[in-house]
Ligand binder design. Structure first.
Ligand code: SAM
Length: 266
């Protein structure tokens, strides 16, 4: 996969690109990631990329010309039909559609994504309307720039590229993941979240400062462990993110477990 990032702060990405899974994905050739300095596409000697907003008001707005010229130089497919080339140009924006695990999966299936980072009061609207094919927000809050958002998307998407994570099954068994595994093949197949939060994890020591580990996890009884994990995933989802239960793929067993947890029949 090819990932291009367009920013006025290219140095910002030194940390995110140089560690862990993203670094390994680049080293092994699974991902080619390039950071492009938007100021290189400015034409005046001050490298100006922003200007005052039409209509007046606070702050400055990123100009369209450098962004269009940068994307043109990257030779991205034209906006119409871009999806056929399995490419996407993403504008980071607080006004965008919310980025979540299903959008991450969608992006990870492409061959190329370009992430445009806004700054100041934002980006000239023509970039979102005529150049990018989607606007994405990483959450309902306002950041000072799109770089953190781009780093979040970069991380989520890169770890979904087949081969990027040592044990690929682990990316199919996490919080929010709707991919569903058949139960009954031992503990490793118990945790496809079906859109729930992940179940609690424990490791050694079994006794840490008097805090123990649930006995069932040391029982060796795979079916018991599976049920415990499913039950605790449901409990945690109910406690922290009850909204996820509306969309989750709940089995009859899940519904019974939820009824036990809540004391209500569902
Ligand atoms: N005036 C804009 C608004 O109210 O929606 C906020 C602009 S913000 C200060 C500057 C840039 O940060 C945006 O152009 C965008 O690229 C980025 N940004 C801010 N919040 C974001 C979010 N929640 N998700 C993704 N990008 C965000």
């Amino acid at each position: 996969m090819k990932i291009d990032i367009v920013t006025i702060f290219p140095e910002f990405f030194r940390g995110p690109l140089d560690h862990g899974i993203i670094r390994r994905a680049q080293e092994t050739g699974l991902a080619t990631i390039e950071v492009h300095d938007l100021r290189a596409f400015a034409h005046d000697r001050h490298k100006t990329v922003d200007d005052r907003p039409f209509g007046g008001g606070e702050g400055m707005v990123l100009k369209p010309e450098p962004i269009f010229e940068c994307i043109e130089e990257l030779k991205v497919a034209p906006r119409e039909g871009r999806s056929e080339f399995r490419e996407s140009v993403v504008l980071l924006s607080a006004q965008g559609k919310r980025f979540d695990q299903s959008v991450a999966n969608e992006l990870a299936a492409l061959e190329r994504i370009v992430l445009i980072c806004g700054r100041y009061e934002g980006v000239d609207e023509r970039v979102g309307r005529y150049l990018a094919d989607r606007e994405l927000s990483i959450g309902d809050y306002v950041l000072s720039g799109g770089e953190l958002g781009a780093a979040v998307i970069l991380d989520c998407v890169t770890r979904l590229i087949p081969g990027a994570v040592g044990n690929q099954a682990s990316t199919q068994q996490e919080s929010f993941t709707t991919f569903s595994l058949q139960p009954g093949n031992g503990p490793s197949s118990t945790c496809a979240s079906g859109g729930l939060l992940d179940y609690p994890h424990y490791t050694r020591p079994a006794d840490f400062r008097g805090m123990g580990v649930p006995e069932v996890l040391a029982s060796g009884n795979h079916e018991e462990i599976r049920r415990w994990r499913r039950r605790t995933a449901l409990e945690k989802t109910l406690r922290n993110r009850p909204d996820l239960l509306d969309e989750a793929a709940l089995s009859d067993e899940d519904k019974k477990l939820l009824a036990q947890i809540t004391g209500k029949n569902l």
